[in-house]
Design a protein around this ligand. Structure first.
Ligand code: FES
Length: 269
């Protein structure tokens, strides 16, 4: 019988070596392509600093609380950016910090991009480069800040709902457009992703010895069950919300540029 070449974890030694016979590389490859495409689009959309509003619609990449206000719509919370602000750092880039930190430290995304971008390891029972694998130590201890990033993401949700609600009022007149519906769906998908967070699940239902001992624990148990349902599909909501937020920006951008017309009850903008 030949010598057993098995290394640590039951796979052959060496990067990307494995005894697996399935197409294990498809997942990391799709993740690499999807995240790369999304990041390219986001940075382009954030740097353009234009076409972020159409009628009552506002791109979720461009929050009004930093400086922009949709044409004829609600005013910015904090006024305009000061004159010395570097043009390269658009408000969309600043606004992307909190949700970006939330996604980068997300337990699901960590698994996904460690595999797809760094190959440490590229898949289950697939060889990593042992000299490169140190676990989440050194600089990667920042991943422990996920719970704090969650607080930031939770604070942003009401803003997004407010922004979506404003999408039903064009120059003070109530109405409905395809853009309004797309913005509401964006809020719902982002809520499903945020409220399915592992750290949120722990905050909602953790550190309890008894779920049925009193009204508050029972309430928390009910909430924990709901969060658990979302958590079981965390990857699905991570991707759905990621794709939809870019789609929302793209839709509003195309309407703003006059490339497409938004069907709505206002009869145009
Ligand atoms: S674990 Fe994914 S958002 Fe918290």
């Amino acid at each position: 019988m030949a010598a057993n070449p098995t290394g640590v974890g039951g796979h052959e030694n060496g990067w990307a070596k494995t005894f697996r016979t399935d197409n294990w590389w498809v997942g990391p490859a799709v993740t690499f392509a999807g995240l790369s495409a999304w990041l390219l689009y986001y940075f382009w959309a954030a740097w353009t600093d234009a076409n972020y509003a159409a009628g009552p619609y506002m791109s979720p990449f461009y929050p009004f609380y930093l400086h922009h206000a949709p044409e004829g719509g609600h005013a910015a919370f904090f006024g305009m950016l000061p004159g010395w602000w570097p043009a390269l750092i658009s408000p969309a880039l600043v606004a992307g910090f909190a949700p970006g930190a939330f996604r980068i430290t997300c337990y699901y995304y960590r698994k996904a991009y460690y595999r797809a971008f760094f190959g440490t390891p590229p898949g289950c029972a697939v060889g990593a480069r042992p000299q490169d694998y140190r676990g989440e130590t050194f600089l990667l201890v920042f991943q422990n800040l996920h719970r704090y990033a969650l607080y930031g993401a939770l604070l942003l949700l009401p803003y997004l709902y407010y922004e979506a609600a404003m999408g039903f009022f064009h120059e003070g007149e109530f109405g409905v457009g395809l853009g309004s519906i797309i913005m509401v769906m964006n809020c719902v998908f982002l809520s499903f992703y945020t409220l399915g967070c592992h750290a949120w699940r722990h905050l909602v239902g953790g550190q309890l010895n008894c779920f049925s001992c009193g009204a508050v624990p029972r309430l928390r148990y009910g909430a924990w069950q709901g969060v658990t349902k979302l958590n079981e599909n965390h990857m699905r909501w991570a991707w759905t919300s990621l794709i939809w937020i870019a789609f929302t920006d793209l839709y509003i951008r195309l309407v703003a540029m006059g490339v497409i017309t938004d069907p709505n009850t206002w009869g145009g903008f």
